[in-house]
Design a protein around this ligand. Structure first.
Ligand code: PLP
Length: 411
């Protein structure tokens, strides 16, 4: 009997013992996630609160207030949507567009295409203004498209197109959108916190971002700002948005005003993380933070060029926090990235869409944006590329970058 019981209790499959969690401390130099400050990680270990606890509501207000400053807004409505940058994209499009509404979207990269795809799924009529990946879109092309339709509801663009590293200027696009009575929607997922976005002075009606790029928190929240114009558009919809979870009208009732109506359980620990990341941003100061991204980005560009590598985007249109550089013909894209990870602990990314295998995307975002990281990656490439079949003059990359950094710090 005893042996039978023993046999019955014995599990059919021996389970592995899962060890303690011990991920390596990588240097994250792709287009996100970027490294986070220790203070942000520590904030996530603070005690949980209920999502309607008065103390938590106070924290929500602080987060919204700091987000407004980073967005460059004084009015409107600001909140972090639960979910990553793509949730911000979906929230923005699903709330502004109703089935049959016309969207004009600027498509000169992977994320412009994603905006179009999401809007289509929400029933919008979508027209894409296509342009060359790696270049900005000429205003005439956009105006031509706006003119062609009886009524365009929304003009949408990715500010920093992370698939290429182009920074699309926004001021003139905002004016164009408003000239044709369209709402202006901006994907600032890769730009907010790294380069100025300034929703109010630029005239952006709806803008969203993500926590894991230049804002310096883990992935999981998509900060979003709407001005009064966008709020009115949402409040006067004929039918509710097709997404219940991302219904900004319902979220408005939880995040603002007296009702604080439960919608969904806020990801408490992520809100703590964002609060600390925003405190760090405001402690540093927005101008200093933008200057840091600019100066390190320029140093990276100079270093890569000095190694004989070709940049995808010319300086005039480049965004400093993300640099795309062409993979030399003689070199295996994946092999170099794997060796960078295994031998140098550095993560960079490959290309998206038709640039897959053709470019490396190097990020200098938030906490990852340091002059040490610029020099570290360049010296790693100086060692690695000759071993991988691309002969380069050793020392030139680091020297060129150091010179840019020295000039920036002496001025
Ligand atoms: C990263 C990125 C997204 C998508 O964000 P996820 O957090 O991956 O969902 C959208 N737009 C741009 C411009 C991005 O860089």
């Amino acid at each position: 009997m005893a042996t039978m019981v023993g046999r019955a209790l014995k599990p059919a499959v021996a389970h592995r013992v899962i060890e303690d969690l011990n991920p390596p401390e990588r240097i994250l130099m792709g287009p996100g996630p970027s490294n986070v400050h220790r203070r942000v990680l520590q904030a996530m270990t603070k005690p949980l609160l209920h999502h309607l606890d008065p103390d938590f509501i106070h924290i929500m207000d602080e987060v919204a207030e700091m987000l407004q400053q980073v967005f460059g807004a004084t009015g409107g409505f600001t909140l972090p949507v639960s979910g990553t940058g793509s949730a911000g994209m979906e929230a923005g499009l699903a709330n502004l567009l109703e089935p049959g509404d016309q969207l004009v979207v600027i498509s000169h990269g992977f994320f412009g295409d994603r905006l179009a795809e999401i809007a289509l799924r929400h029933g919008a009529t979508v027209t894409q203004v296509r342009g060359t990946w790696g270049e900005i879109i000429p205003l005439e092309d956009v105006e031509q498209e706006l003119k062609r339709h009886r009524k365009v509801k929304v003009l949408a663009v990715a500010h920093a197109e992370t698939s290429t590293g182009v920074l699309q200027p926004l001021e003139e696009l905002a004016k164009l959108a408003h000239k044709y009575d369209a709402l202006f929607l901006v994907d600032a997922v890769a730009s907010l916190g790294g380069v100025p976005v300034e929703v109010e002075s630029v005239g952006i009606d709806l803008c969203f971002s993500a926590t894991q790029k230049c804002l310096g928190a883990p992935p999981g929240l998509a900060p979003i700002h709407l001005n009064d114009r966008a709020l009115v558009a949402i409040q006067t919809r004929k039918e509710p948005p097709r997404s219940w979870y991302l219904d900004l009208g319902l979220l408005h009732k939880y995040w603002e005003g007296g009702t604080r109506a439960y919608h969904h359980t806020a990801p408490i620990s992520m809100i703590y993380a964002l609060r600390e990341a925003l405190r760090l941003i405001l402690e540093e100061g927005l101008e200093r933070r933008y200057a840091r991204h600019r100066c390190n980005g320029l140093a990276m560009r100079a270093g890569l060029e000095a190694l004989g590598l070709k940049l995808l985007v010319q300086e005039e249109y480049c965004t400093y926090q993300l640099t795309s550089v062409q993979v030399p013909y003689s070199v295996d894209d994946g092999q170099v990235r794997t060796r960078l990870l295994n031998e140098y602990n550095i993560q960079i990314s490959g290309g998206l869409g038709h640039l897959q295998g053709k470019v490396w995307r190097i990020g200098l975002m938030g906490e990852s944006c340091t002059s040490e990281n610029v020099l570290l990656l360049l010296s790693a490439l100086e060692e690695l590329l000759p071993k991988e079949g691309f002969g380069i003059p050793a020392g030139y990359g680091v020297a060129a970058a150091s010179q840019v950094l020295a000039e920036a710090y002496s001025s």
